[in-house]
Design a protein around this ligand. Structure first.
Ligand code: MN
Length: 235
């Protein structure tokens, strides 16, 4: 059993290098794996499944299709950038949408943003953007207008992030413990914070580990879980 985990690729037309590396990853590292888990922020943004056929998105869908067609199971969890990915994307790629959080084979999988509980502004925005009302209004706008809205949000988010203390944008340790305790597991895999590595901690006397996936802005990489043994691979 060999499963791979990726997140925070932030694919967009503006970063062709990361896109090429991603296609190579699907054809090489991921080829022959039993499962590939995408734990959010695969895309820099996703404005709705009706944009599935744009030339850029169509290429990505084609690569995923080849992977799932060859027998690798594909799972997709929403990130804070691509939370509008829906069932049409799933049907086109062969991906099953995975709720956040999910426990798979005794491993807790999350995107990671819900663990950043110190960032109150962000958690407020998250509640808005995940509400049915906001999503209905947004998806009712024409594609061009949605693109413009997202562009504005990205600019604003860059300014906000620069002004925020780094610690606020990392996970809250109490939230990590509570998640491990609540789900009764000893292993957590998530992305979002762009602080790849492993943290070992004790929760209620049990040894636990928290694996954080790398982003693909600078170096990319992934986590491999082969027969229960995790290995973080970066290039
Ligand atoms: Mn994220």
């Amino acid at each position: 059993m060999r499963a791979l985990f990726i997140s925070d690729l932030h694919l967009s037309e503006e970063r062709p290098g990361a896109n090429e590396r991603f296609f190579q990853f699907l054809e090489q590292e991921a080829s022959g794996a039993d499962a590939l888990y995408v734990l959010g922020d695969l895309f820099e943004y996703w404005i709705g499944d009706d944009d599935l056929d744009s030339p850029f998105n169509a290429v990505i869908v084609g690569f995923f299709r080849r992977l799932t067609g060859a027998g690798t199971r594909l799972y997709f969890m929403h990130g804070n950038r691509d939370f509008l990915v829906g069932e049409r994307f799933g049907a086109a790629t062969g991906a099953a949408l995975l709720p956040d959080p999910s426990v798979v084979d005794d491993v807790l999988l999350m995107h990671g943003d819900t663990l950043c509980t110190d960032d109150l502004d962000y958690q407020g925005w998250r509640r808005t953007a995940r509400s049915a009302a906001w999503q209905r209004d947004f998806l009712a706008k024409p594609v061009a207008e949605r693109r413009a809205v997202v562009q504005g949000l990205r600019e604003k988010s860059k300014e906000v992030i620069q002004a925020k203390p780094a610690k606020i944008m990392d996970v809250n340790q109490a939230a990590v413990r509570e998640a491990l305790r609540h789900h009764g597991v000893t292993r957590l895999i998530h992305g979002h914070t762009h602080r790849p590595g492993v943290q070992r901690l004790e929760v209620d006397g049990r040894s636990c580990e928290r694996w954080v996936l790398p982003d693909w802005y600078g170096r990319g990489g992934y986590l491999e879980l082969a027969n229960g043994r995790p290995r973080l691979v970066r290039w």
